[in-house]
Write a protein that binds this ligand. Sequence first.
Ligand code: NAP
Length: 511
Amino acid sequence: MRKPENQLTVIFGASGDLTKRKLIPDLFDLFVQNLLPDKYAVIGVSRTNYSNEIFRDIMKEGIKSFSRSKNSPDEMIDEFLRKLFYISINTSNPDEYDYLKTEIDKIDKITSNSGNYIFYLSTPPALYGIIPENLGLSGLNTSGNEKSWRRLIIEKPFGYDLKSAQELNHSIKKHFAEEQIYRIDHFLGKETVQNLLVTRFSNGIFEPLWNRNYINHIEITSAESVGIEGRGGYYEGSGALRDMLQNHLLQLAGLVAMEPPANFDPDSIRNETIKVFQSLRPLSDEDIRNNIIRGQYLSSHIKGNKVPGYREETGVSPDSRTETFVAMKFFVDNWRWGGVPFYIRTGKRMPTRVTEIVVHFKATPHKLFMNMSSGCSSCNQLVIRIQPDEGILLKFGMKVPGGGFNVQTVNMEFHYSDLSHEYMPSAYERLLLDCMNADSTLYIRGDAVEACWKFVDPVVAAWKNDNSIKMYGYPAGSWGPETADSLFDIAGITWRYPCKNLADNDLYCEL
Ligand SMILES: NC(=O)c1ccc[n+]([C@@H]2O[C@H](COP(=O)([O-])OP(=O)(O)OC[C@H]3O[C@@H](n4cnc5c(N)ncnc54)[C@H](OP(=O)(O)O)[C@@H]3O)[C@@H](O)[C@H]2O)c1
């Protein structure tokens, strides 16, 4: 990882949860690794009236609770905290930006003296259009010279449907060029997600098989064991489709399905993922009815404790139609993937927290050995575990020792934790550093966000307008509605249940 040139990071939403729990602790982790610029400052901006000292005290709590380097000596934490400043304004009010500009420029003069600013939007999404506009009107969007630069990082969610995403892109691009805009999908910052590209494109053994001739289907699961954790108000306006599938899961599908890029630079890679999104077969009304299952978790017992159902959570309407689970079958209509189904699912209150991609290879053309199960239940699988217990596992058939030729499936595994000497940066560490170094490879381009919304928009509309489309209940702590298994129309095939028997167990499942 490369140390960036001198600059400032200005965080809008600095009194919020994300700043305290993630951004500042992860910036501190970069500081400990000597990966922050030599001359650097962080300026927190929000309405709450903090002094620099109070802001530093609160961020110290964040570092001591959430940073991976939380046990660092106090002198080191204090040295980092001295780089933190705070400015209180109402960011929706354009009249307050002249003051903001003066204060930021003042702090820049005594710290980085670079004129290079990253603006990080960690505010409610309603401000994602307003803040860039106000930055533009006040002239903060440009340094006014060719030597220094301005960049904008935008948290998720980027829009709530195609129209709002298009409007947001349009409004931001009035003041920032696409090269200045960094849209976050923190899944792309995860080491194992990036390793997917390396696994595919640095090994001669996988890529020749990575197509419709050898792959039966692709499965992507992102399960969370937690519920909505008191964020009912937010979740009611979102749901699993918008919160997880439209962004994180489609981004993973894009990396699984993309063609090899010509080069390893941001545009070459993003030019390939956008082609995948453009090749997604549009979902017909029939697809929405038959190939998508939505569900809501119901009250149940987990580890002996009663947990509430979604509709009993604070801030959730008792007759809510917001989905906490979604499973979908879809196709990528292109030369490589013609006819190969992709199955993706995500849900809350599932038995464990796991995100993984499973590539299911086709069965051998001829059943040669007696106990080989037919169909694809005996297929080779490549499991790419994104979280937790990051790693890769290859399943293949081996002879059972002894008489006859009996076959059993065995695993060849690699766990990232085995590389104990290597530091695994968190997703935010990686993404923050990449933006500081002007590397947008792992950020989402505007056209890709819009293409993903275009794909899911008909589902959002159908669910909103057609009450006859079923919402299935599933007990909290289960793998979602059983009917999600019906998406697989091939006998003997269903979802991979990474730890089917751990429903009452808090353990992360093994690969
Ligand atoms: N938390 C997470 O884990 C997470 C994960 C992924 C994405 N995100 C996204 O990141 C964003 C921030 O999340 P969060 O959890 O930190 O939210 P939060 O705790 O509600 O914080 C929101 C921040 O925005 C500030 N704010 C609101 N209105 C403002 C205004 N008019 N002018 C200035 N500041 C204003 C608030 O400060 P004042 O009230 O002091 O103004 C506060 O600092 C959200 O859009 C969320 O979707 C969060």
